[in-house]
Design a protein around this ligand. Structure first.
Ligand SMILES: [Mg+2]
Length: 407
């Protein structure tokens, strides 16, 4: 990929440039399939799936719009796709070829703006502010750019033009296939209002479920919730959500998308089978992960331990908890339980933890007596506050961290 300028820098005075900022999000339509169709035009109009054969393991990496009508989408197991549409044409992926075409597209894009960020192999953000002298107003430039990609590559694409990256991305999604959607400054709220919260980049299943329990399904409803309310329920992620609901970019925040899982690992300088060293590292990683859960107001239902031995042999073992939690003692007891059962008493190169099956505001049912739980909650909150002030390394639980009841 050509080395292109990036524009992730924060703007110091966003208010001043509000109305002249023009971000274009360009997204290729069914990119891998479209590239394959260039060489095999006879497949046009047919359900085509790229990723491999339907009788093998693996997932769909792209599906033509005709295949999508059968419910096929990317990341779906190939076998499932084969069942949904047995007469689809299944092709193996050719990633070198796709990367080549991606480069050609990036080269075209770079002629329209000095500031281009390839966000992935088939999508890019362009800053069209201040390019008027060369290409005319942003909308005209966007139109010319789409025409040029079509003429030079024969590949279909869509684009969204707006004041922020977030709205531009949502707009290009709405424009598909082969369309261009412009959201003028000031029209963002009206544009986003009727859309499902899932249309917002970064909002996934976990957040959607939590919002639904609050009676929120559309971006308009979400935008009606004050920031403090969202922070109370979602932690720092709540601030990002608030900005997203109002069409603002949130990449200057640590959290830009709901986490799928939280993981930490440590590679030892030299392999070790010293039990106290391994156990205290386990405790440290657990405390880091648990704090991140609490920062995002998340609870984890699965706990995973990863041990890598010399020679890169890796063992991964998980346990599902009776109820989701963000409390150190419960998480650590589970990790210790896994460690006891699965460590082969051999020198360890890397030890890692992962908290998964995350949810917001899970109901805390009665495995623990409420008084004990309240005490643990207070302890966790107090420790987190100290850590926010003094740094993580300065505040650690000692070896006294007891094992939880019920484990
Ligand atoms: Mg795409």
């Amino acid at each position: 990929m050509p080395r292109l300028a990036h524009f992730r820098a924060k703007r110091d005075s966003p208010r001043l440039e509000l109305d002249t900022t023009a971000i274009l999000h360009v997204d290729m339509d069914a990119f891998f399939v479209s590239v394959e169709l260039l060489e095999r035009p006879e497949l046009r109009g047919k359900p085509v799936v790229v990723g491999g054969q339907p009788n093998r393991r693996g997932v769909v990496s792209a599906a033509s719009y005709e295949a999508r009508r059968y419910g096929i989408h990317s990341a779906m197991p190939l076998r499932t796709a084969g069942k949904l549409c047995p007469h689809a044409i299944f092709l193996d992926g050719r990633h070198d070829l796709y990367a080549e075409w991606s480069d050609r597209i990036a080269t075209i894009l770079s002629r329209f703006s000095p500031v281009v960020e390839m966000a992935s192999i088939d999508e890019a953000y362009l800053d069209l502010s201040g390019t008027s002298r060369l290409h005319g107003p942003p909308l005209a430039a966007a139109h010319a750019l789409l025409k040029e990609i079509g003429a030079k590559t024969g590949l279909p694409c869509s684009a969204g033009l707006a004041r922020t990256r977030l709205v531009a991305k949502v707009a290009s999604d709405q424009a598909k296939p082969r369309g261009l959607v412009w959201v003028p400054a000031g029209a963002e709220a009206k544009f986003l209002e009727p859309l499902s919260v899932r249309r917002i980049p970064g909002i996934g299943r976990v957040t959607e479920t939590a919002l639904r329990t609050m009676g929120i399904e559309t971006v308009g409803q979400l935008a009606g919730i004050p920031e403090e309310g969202l922070r109370e329920f979602f932690g720092r992620w709540g601030t990002a959500l608030y900005r997203k609901a109002h069409g603002e970019d949130s990449y200057e925040f640590v959290i830009d998308a709901e986490p799928q899982s939280i993981s930490h690992s440590h590679t030892f300088g030299s392999d070790t089978s010293h039990r106290p060293a391994l156990e205290s590292m386990l405790s440290c990683l657990c405390q880091k992960g648990a704090k991140r859960l609490r920062d995002a107001c998340l609870d984890a239902r699965t706990v995973t331990l990863r041990i890598r031995y010399a020679g890169f042999q890796t063992v991964t073992r998980s346990k599902t908890l009776a109820e989701p939690t963000h409390l150190d003692p419960v998480l650590l007891a589970t990790l210790r339980w896994l460690f006891e059962r699965h460590w082969e008493h051999r020198p360890v190169r890397l030890i890692g933890i992962e908290f998964g099956t995350l949810s917001h505001g899970a109901t805390q049912m009665g495995l623990f007596d409420p008084e004990w739980r309240a005490k643990l909650e207070r302890l966790a909150r107090a420790t987190d506050q100290l850590r926010d002030r003094f740094g993580f390394a300065k505040v650690q639980f000692g070896g006294s961290l007891g094992s939880a009841k019920g484990h």
